[in-house]
Design a protein around this ligand. Sequence first.
Ligand SMILES: [Zn+2]
Length: 541
Amino acid sequence: MPRERLYLFDTTLRDGAQTNGVDFTLADKLTIARMLDDLGIDYVEAGYPGANPTDTNFFFERRPLRGILTAFGMTRRPGRSTSNDPGLAALLDAQADAICFVAKSWDYHVRVALETTEEENLASIRDSVRAAKAKGREVLLDCEHFFDGYKAKPAFALACAKAAYEEGARWVVLCDTNGGTLPHEVEKIVGEVCQAIPGDHVGIHAHNDTEQAVANSFAAVRAGARQIQGTLNGLGERCGNANLVSIIPTLKLKPEFSQKFDIGVSDEKLSGLAHVSHRLDEMLNRAPDRHAPYVGDSAFTTKAGIHASAIMKEPATYEHVAPELVGNRRKLLVSDQAGKSNVLAELDRSGLIAELKSLGISLDKDDPRIARLLEEVKAREAKGYAYENAQTSFEVLARRLLGQVPDYFDVVQYDVNVEQRYNAVGEKVTVAMAIVKVKIGNETFISAAEGKGPVNALDVALRKDITKQFAPYIENLKLTDYRVRILNTGTEAVTRVLVESEDEAGDRLSTIGVSENIIDASVQALMDAIIYTLVKSRAPA
Ligand SMILES: [Zn+2]
């Protein structure tokens, strides 16, 4: 049986831009539009021309897209003609392939918000669709509050949808604007609408106020709708819109949908989905949600020992889909619940077991060094270490216990000093200075450095010393993130520092330090990154 085409409509740049704290620049919008287009989204709704300069300019700046570039706006205002409505004129003038109108479909809103009659609302829909079609645009109508409206007065809600369809709108989109409708209600109502309007002209626009926007979208598809509207990472006002990053893999990977429908996203593009999701977070300067379905860091992470053992034997035992299909990867955590199999898996992932094998050392579950490593990890976790986000430090620890870390250098002494004073022009400045004494082989080096803060000063001074011997190996190691957390371990507070660095190849190193003293914790984390880089690049000790 041939598969039916299901269309995806993205509104990250319009509804998603309503998210609290999200403020897209024109450059952001252009980048995101290209990203969506490259992913294979059919409709990219880019904004509301006339509403603000960014959105208006977007359509002047438009670049060619494979998909259908869509402008959003209101139907003509009640009591005006289409030729005498500046808002509508701006929308019709925008260089878009399609226009998505929004119109009321709840009699209560027509009366109270628009203060007009049901007949005038229907006439406004018909006139606006006709005007946009005359301009050569594909037309969509978002029926605002459709589900609430349908529950209140089904004949009127349906009349709004039919008015647009009969006038030639390509799509009539049923919006759950308040986000309070439940999946079984969506399925029933969309089913009834599809008896009056063919399903391949019906779309769903769901909001996530009961955390069911994704489920509501699928309920609508089951009932006959063939367009899904949503946003990347579920961005959107209040609790957000339906999350396309969850919807796309479900459509592609779950037989109920994949056997019936084709979408514009190819298997290859699906395997870049995690990247797309994280890239958007980066642009918004947000930490990606670790627990996001499919693409989150934890989506394919297993912690408990007995599960890890099963996963090593057969991944499908604890995974609903293969992580690579969506660009994610399987992770096994080292934790205080860890069994030997977790430690082994972690060692395996770091390539250590293979490397040991190549050196003629075979390491199996019963190797006493595995047990020793496990003991060490547990003891450190009791002190506040957490290796789940510090894989690099874990590998350094493992290699050290296995005798694979040469004595590259030894930090003999350091001193760090923070001073606040007035500078020559009378401004108050804070200056940090560090002196670090390092022994490399039989030589002792002392370097001093100033920095933006004590950690930065220490980092610079430490590298100055180490660079004297190991310059080519660590020159391009950059500190990219630094996070501090105060932990209460029961008897006293300790500081946990997580450092992220990037090496020459662009790989991210995550290291950890724990101490009662923040400076000491920072030095541990900085040193792990340097040592790891030296080991990896096989620097001679
Ligand atoms: Zn919306």
